[in-house]
Design a protein around this ligand. Structure first.
Ligand code: HEM
Length: 517
């Protein structure tokens, strides 16, 4: 008996080692090169997590454009050749996006799992609401509301004189509130005060933004599989946001966007959903609409303020467009109104935004193999893919490819303009024109439905910021800010740290000739 007790831990250890050895996957004929890593279960998760771009570059040098890595218990086959992205998109029958995305969203946001057939509201309905409320003619209404909200928030800075604040704080304070009110509407402040117990809007927004940041901060851990219940602050923040987005509050609001109105109506039809679940689904929309837009707006303004050529060109474009729409100097009583077409014609701001997105975007496009199948790449090479494995595309590799973009780490404000000052669409690799050369919004089934609104709201913010503020960045000679790559895979990377901005609200709608020195 004593011997049995003595040897038992040794036997268990041997059995565990044997199990680990036997469960190591071996590459089968026809499959891409395989990297199991040396840590059981985690595989290469640590190397990948430290710096995905550098890790994938080193793997590409060793194995070429397609290889499989074990990451946190799952197998990811990376397809790095941008010409083969189309080949992945065409595998819609064998590759599933929704199950993975909805499953992840269900875990993080705590809403119902819409993969479950019990819900009458299915993925097709969700997507048709996105298309009908975020794209096409209805976009004009969304843009107009955003413009009004941006100006209302900015005017709170009127009369404050020169102020110093972080650029990120400045951008997020304005964009978060304006974007929130544009989607979820607002209760009339006077009305709310009259009925008693209302929080002033600025305080409500400050709390909402703090909760948004606390929740968003835990995203890398949650994406790596940590349950939200173990991220205490993030969990409480999500629930606080959900409380604000409860239908009983939203129904009191004026100017709700069509997107939220339609989703509220659809959720109210579903008996299986309780009120909390409906509210948590709105938190997912708040996150989708803000998490990438805030850093994208930050980088766009940051690069404008750092680059005199970009600043001059942007100011000239803003002056032209405001002049054409009859905005007169000093007339703050006449709000700036720009149509969808006028915004579309702002190609200089368009190029600046695209370049800022190229430099800061690190989203990953993931699909899950629903069957064993053979993927044929653009070169004709084939790769056997196992059911349950993930296919991953990481467009940052393309965005930082010196063959496609000369000096890829440099900000060049007119990189996306052709010789006529219009949007440039000719980018080449290996002498071949790329169909897709910039993918901050994803591609195919997972392409962002809010992309048109996103570009427009950033253009609106930049137009109004250049129009209404004098702005000076602190320490222009410092090296450019770095991105925080711990969030790689989640979209637009924020800066590693903030940078100081000195600004003053100007009581004049003309853009001054040189505001930043
Ligand atoms: C610069 C700003 C933005 C960027 C870079 C961006 C990027 C993306 C990306 C890459 C995805 C796909 C994620 C995946 O593959 O899992 C996505 C999805 C999504 N985005 Fe955006 N987005 C932005 C702004 C917005 C805005 C303003 C809205 C809405 C008002 C929005 C709504 C959505 C929604 C609803 C989805 C999920 C779509 C689905 O379920 O298929 N996004 N976004």
């Amino acid at each position: 008996m004593a011997a049995l007790i003595f040897y038992a831990p040794f036997v268990v250890l041997c059995a565990l080692l044997l199990w680990l050895l036997c469960s190591v996957r071996r590459r089968q004929p026809g499959e891409p090169p395989l990297m199991n890593g040396w840590i059981p279960y985690l595989g290469v998760a640590l190397e990948y997590g430290r710096n995905p771009l550098e890790f994938l570059r080193s793997m590409q040098r060793k194995y070429g454009d397609i290889f499989t890595c074990k990451i946190a218990g799952s197998y990811f086959t990376f397809v790095l050749d941008p010409f083969s992205y189309g080949a992945v998109s065409r595998q819609g029958r064998n590759l599933d996006f929704q199950k993975f995305a909805i499953g992840f969203s269900h875990k993080v946001f705590g809403h119902a799992d819409f993969n479950d057939p019990v819900y009458s509201y299915n993925i097709k309905d969700i997507h048709s609401i996105f298309r009908q409320t975020l794209q096409g003619p209805v976009l004009q209404q969304l843009i107009s509301t955003m413009m009004e909200n941006l100006q209302a928030v900015m005017r709170r800075d009127e009369g404050h004189g020169w102020t110093t604040e972080g650029l990120q704080v400045f951008v997020e304070r304005i964009m978060f509130e304006a974007g929130y009110l544009t989607l979820f509407g607002k209760e009339e402040e006077a009305e709310a005060m009259a009925t008693g117990g209302a929080t002033p809007r600025w305080l409500f927004m400050r709390q909402a933004m703090e909760d948004f940041h606390a929740f968003d901060k835990a995203f890398p851990e949650m994406a790596a599989g940590l349950p939200i219940h173990l991220c205490g602050r993030a969990f409480r923040a999500r629930e606080a946001l959900a409380e604000k987005l409860h239908h009983r509050h939203l129904k009191r609001n004026k100017c709700l966007s069509a997107l939220i109105e339609r989703r509220m109506h659809a959720f109210d039809q579903m008996e299986q959903l309780d009120e909390k679940e409906k509210a948590r689904t709105h938190v997912s929309m708040l996150w989708a609409s803000q998490a990438n837009t805030l850093p994208a707006t930050f980088w766009s303004l940051y690069y404008i303020l750092r680059c005199p050529v970009a600043l001059d060109a942007a100011q000239a474009e803003v002056r032209r467009v405001l002049g054409e729409s009859g905005h007169t100097p000093g007339n703050l009583e006449k709000p700036v109104v720009l149509s969808k077409d006028q915004l579309a014609g702002m190609s200089v701001l368009g190029s600046i935004i695209e370049e800022a997105l190229r430099l800061s975007s690190a989203s990953i496009m993931i699909r899950v193999a629903s069957e064993n199948f053979t993927l044929t790449l653009d070169t004709g090479k084939t790769a056997a893919i196992r059911k349950g494995d993930h296919i991953a595309m990481f467009p940052q590799m393309m965005h930082m490819d010196p063959e496609i973009y000369e000096d890829p780490t440099e900000f060049q404000c007119s990189r996306f303009l052709d010789e006529n000052g219009q949007k440039k669409t000719d980018f080449y690799k290996n002498g071949r024109k790329l169909r897709q050369f910039l993918l901050p919004f994803g591609s195919g089934v997972s392409e962002c439905p809010g992309r048109f609104f996103a570009i427009n709201e950033i253009k609106q913010f930049l137009t109004l910021a250049l129009c209404h503020y004098d702005m000076e960045l602190h320490d222009l000679a410092a090296a450019p800010l770095e991105t925080d790559c711990t969030r790689a895979g989640l979209g637009i990377l924020p800066p590693k740290h903030d940078v100081s901005l000195r600004y003053r609200f100007r009581n004049c709608v003309t853009v001054k000739e040189k505001t930043v020195r």
